[in-house]
Design a protein around this ligand. Structure first.
Ligand SMILES: [Zn+2]
Length: 296
């Protein structure tokens, strides 16, 4: 079976063809800012695909499998009840699935590297997301919200204090440890615009203030991971996303895990294996493994 797989993020749309867990013809486009341009972009992607048997889409935000909503509306402004499934089904008569991007990536990682029945995948990127596999089943949740770890309260405040989150809560993990949060804190600290990639470069080059910022973010992530692993008895958590896959991030989270953590609660932290393709690979697997998704 060959599947057109599409990963819709806040800034870019990745597309590829998927067959037996391998992807080909990968391409990346900027995410259009308006629904009309977005639909034109989808039409182009679907029209250009040949020899496919299905269309599998994963996207930032949460979904009941048909409609997209955003917890953080600054990611995609029109993700406020957007009928993504109906939009895709207008463009193709092939079978379609729509899932959250972190859930899809989690399933991809589970399929390629886990010998365990339980696995958590956390993506640290512009935002913070996660996917959870329990007893060999991907947890979707009746509203599709499962895995929104980024919107749980962080026990560690950002360096610029407890900040309001775009979801309406205060002090979410996403306001401390996401790429956007790192950029915000670093820009205030240095008095100029800095993005998350530069924070990592500066810290690696010996900038103590940027290293302190990353250590604080790593401590926030570690504390959140300990809470969820103690709740669910997870042994291993995979870290992915553009910020999460920066070498310093994994190193600092591992260091934080070694500090003040009783052995009983320590969790094995590992980098995700599929890198930026985890969503594309995972959503293809999810199409063929649909019976392994709960509550959709
Ligand atoms: Zn939040």
């Amino acid at each position: 079976m060959t599947i057109l797989v599409i990963d819709i993020g806040g800034t870019k749309i990745s597309v590829a063809t998927w067959s037996e867990g391998k992807i080909a013809d990968r391409a990346v486009y900027p995410t259009p800012a308006s629904p009309a341009d977005f639909e034109d972009c989808l039409a182009l992607l679907i029209r250009n695909a040949s020899g496919i048997n299905a269309v599998a889409v994963c996207a930032t935000g949460f979904t009941d499998g048909a409609v997209m909503y955003a917890v953080n509306r600054s990611m995609i402004s029109f993700w406020n009840g957007y009928p993504l499934r109906a939009t895709v089904e207008k463009l193709t008569t092939l079978p379609v699935i729509i899932v959250n991007d972190a859930q899809a990536a989690a399933w991809g990682e589970y399929r390629v590297q886990s010998s365990d029945k339980d696995l958590m995948f956390v993506t640290l990127s512009t935002g913070v997301g996660a996917g959870l596999i329990l007893d060999g089943q991907l947890r979707h949740g009746p509203r599709g919200l499962a895995g929104h770890l980024g919107h749980s309260r962080s026990q560690v405040d950002a360096l610029d204090g407890c900040q309001p989150c775009s979801c309406g809560q205060l002090g979410c993990l996403e306001t401390v440890a996401s790429g956007a949060a790192l950029a915000r804190q670093a820009s205030r600290e240095l008095g100029r615009e800095v993005d998350a990639a530069e924070v990592h470069t500066l810290a690696t080059d010996g900038n103590v203030r940027m290293l302190t910022l990353l250590q604080n973010a790593a401590l926030a992530v570690k504390t959140s991971l300990l809470q969820i692993s103690a709740t669910l008895d997870l042994r291993r958590i995979l870290i992915g996303g553009s910020v999460g896959l920066a070498p310093l991030t994994i190193q600092l989270i591992k260091q934080a895990m070694q500090q003040d953590t009783p052995d009983l609660f320590k969790v094995d932290i590992q980098p995700a294996r599929l890198g930026p393709d985890a969503g594309l690979i995972g959503v293809g697997y999810l199409f063929v493994d649909r019976r392994h998704v709960t509550s959709q």
